[in-house]
Design a binder for this molecule. Structure first.
Ligand code: NAD
Length: 293
């Protein structure tokens, strides 16, 4: 049976390292990192994500501030909020909680964000430098960075290995495939139009899935001994659960554990790592701003 890669534990280790760095920064220069969150509307899932991010900041000593705008606000209001944070020297990371309401132009709003403070790493220039040899992106997007950290900290060799990424979204699939290439894997990308995706996945040493399709990846899609990172977070309605649903991944876990050598659970795999990487990017940004090492 496969080893379970414990994302909660690994994220915890990372967070405690961040906490001690923040403490050291405060002691030596009297400053701490600051994160600003801009939220539009009252989506319940977004509220939960934002609450978790704020709590995680508090725990490591990062100061956070949230601007809540009404769901029917104008583009100008969002841009104004971002512009204020762009020039605020106590803020080192800014994030806009996505998705935004339909009437707002997401691309236009994200373009306003100062590149030096884009801790989510969604800016096109960041994606461009991620793709280009010899360029160092200012930030690596949190979820892809979390996936790679899980592999590295679990002792999985990436260089020279065959990797398949399932999904090609701007926030997960695409940057993950670019990042794996930076680590010298040979990468194939599978998406909704791919014919016979299992022919690719069953050859892969590393499979990272971010499709948002429950149980898409079956046991017989996987190579014996492969390593699987399941980013998928799919709610399954169940009135007997605390919130009326529980979460499952893209991988049919019970089948996969009998085939592969290591796998992340859902929940408790990639999710905690995404938040840890957000804290890490915010700390890095503050270190850069204060020229603190
Ligand atoms: P998305 O909907 O933007 O993209 C999904 C991608 O999967 C697309 O590129 C699509 O082509 C591909 N896809 C869809 N159906 C497919 C199929 N049958 N076969 C192969 N490919 C298929 O989603 P996203 O924002 O990238 O998120 C993907 C999943 O990851 C979701 O479940 C989301 O909740 C989860 N997620 C988790 C975290 C985390 O921190 N754990 C962070 C972000 C997203």
């Amino acid at each position: 049976r496969a080893v379970e890669i414990n994302g909660r534990l690994i994220a915890e280790e990372i967070r405690s390292g961040i906490a001690s760095d923040v403490k050291r920064m405060k002691k030596s220069i009297g400053k701490v990192p600051g994160l600003a969150v801009v939220m539009v509307g009252q989506r319940r899932d977004s509220q939960t994500y934002v609450r978790n991010k704020i709590k995680a900041c508090e725990e490591v000593g990062i100061i956070s501030t949230t601007t809540q705008l009404p769901g029917d606000c104008t583009e100008e209001q969002v841009v104004n909020a971002l512009s204020r944070f762009n020039v605020d020297p106590s803020i080192h990371g800014i994030l806009v909680q996505l998705p935004l309401p339909q009437h707002l132009d997401e691309g236009k709003i994200l373009d306003v964000l100062s590149l030096e403070k884009d801790v989510d790493g969604f800016h096109p220039l960041i994606m461009g430098s991620l793709a280009m040899k010899g360029r160092e992106p200012l930030f690596i997007p949190c979820t892809p960075k979390g996936c790679i950290e899980l592999l590295i900290r679990s002792g999985v060799e990436i260089m020279g290995k065959k990797a398949v990424v399932v999904g090609r979204s701007n926030i997960v699939g695409l940057p993950t495939s670019l990042l794996l290439q930076r680590h010298h894997a040979t990468v194939s990308v599978v998406h909704a139009f791919t014919e016979n995706p299992e022919q690719l996945t069953c050859e892969a040493d590393i499979v990272i899935t971010a499709a948002g399709v429950p149980n898409l990846i079956r046991g017989n899609w996987l190579k014996p001994g492969a390593v699987v990172i399941d980013v998928g977070t799919n709610p399954v309605e169940d009135p007997s659960c605390e919130h009326g649903y529980y979460l499952i991944g893209d991988v049919c876990y019970e089948e996969a554990v009998r085939v592969v050598s290591a796998i992340t659970p859902v929940p408790g795999g990639v999710g905690p790592m995404t938040i840890a990487m957000l804290l890490s990017n915010t700390l890095d940004s503050a270190k850069r701003a204060y020229d603190f090492t």
